[in-house]
Design a protein around this ligand. Structure first.
Ligand code: URA
Length: 242
């Protein structure tokens, strides 16, 4: 691929802007400045620097973000920050999108990508990937209420039952469970449906991909390897819910 086209594909601006970057000597390959925008690059594993910062060519990007509180998952926000403020410009320019959404006050694992097929695969309503949440509730959940959540609760204006799967008690008013759907405010509404309230919500795992294995602090992001992003697509084995 020609260098100006490669830079454009990696989010460094329009073809013209990338040509200007090259002509002005801001792009190097193997520590040598390249002034020729027609330079032929051998992808994959192609490495280059822009303004002294090193990059590797990536056909598509798969990103995990450890979302802090107070950030919304949309581009245009009114009352809060946007998660996209936490990403560098070249990723925004590549048009990465969040895969599903977390509420502004929910923390934890959020995936983003510019791979439309991957996004579709994970957000399709029939793709029941388990998403695991740690939940702090206002009141402790009784054994009966836990059973009710495990059996499934109804949510207003939604069809079917919504179950708390793989339920664990972590501590006093602190629980962890997985959901296989992803309707609006699902976990908070499930807890409200049993007469309680969520004080804090944190997503720590999607399918087999665990936030803790990624070593990213709140507000930080990282690229996912192929095995990591594939591990987030593994379907739940038994499904008795729609
Ligand atoms: N369920 C919720 O209620 N909120 C989230 O952010 C995610 C799941």
């Amino acid at each position: 691929m020609q260098l100006d086209k490669l830079l454009q594909s990696q989010g460094f601006g329009t073809r013209k802007q990338c040509q200007i970057l090259i002509h002005r000597g801001h792009v190097s390959i193997n520590n040598d400045v390249v002034h020729d925008h027609k330079f032929r690059c051998n992808t994959p594993n192609f490495q280059f620097s822009v303004h002294g910062e090193k990059f590797s060519y990536r056909e598509k990007v798969y990103i995990a973000l450890n979302k802090p509180q107070g950030y919304e998952c949309s581009h245009r926000t009114q009352h809060h920050h946007s998660v996209f403020e936490l990403l560098p410009d070249h990723l925004i320019e590549r048009n990465v999108q969040s895969i599903g959404r977390l509420d502004q006050d929910t923390t934890g694992l959020l995936l983003l990508t510019d791979d439309g097929q991957y996004l579709h695969q994970l957000t399709h309503p029939k793709k029941h990937v388990l998403k695991y949440y740690q939940i702090h509730t206002t009141e402790a959940l009784s054994t009966d209420v836990i059973k009710q959540l495990q059996n499934g609760v109804e949510l207003r204006n939604e069809q079917g039952l919504f179950q708390a799967l793989n339920f664990e008690k972590i501590g006093e008013r602190h629980y962890r469970f997985a959901i296989s759907q992803g309707v609006y405010h699902q976990v908070k509404r499930m807890i409200v449906a049993v007469g309680n309230h969520v004080d804090a919500l944190h997503r720590d795992q999607i399918a087999e991909l665990k936030l803790e294995q990624l070593s990213i602090q709140s507000g930080e992001w990282c690229y996912l390897s192929e095995s990591e992003y594939q591990s987030a697509t593994v379907r739940a084995i038994s499904e008795n819910n729609t």
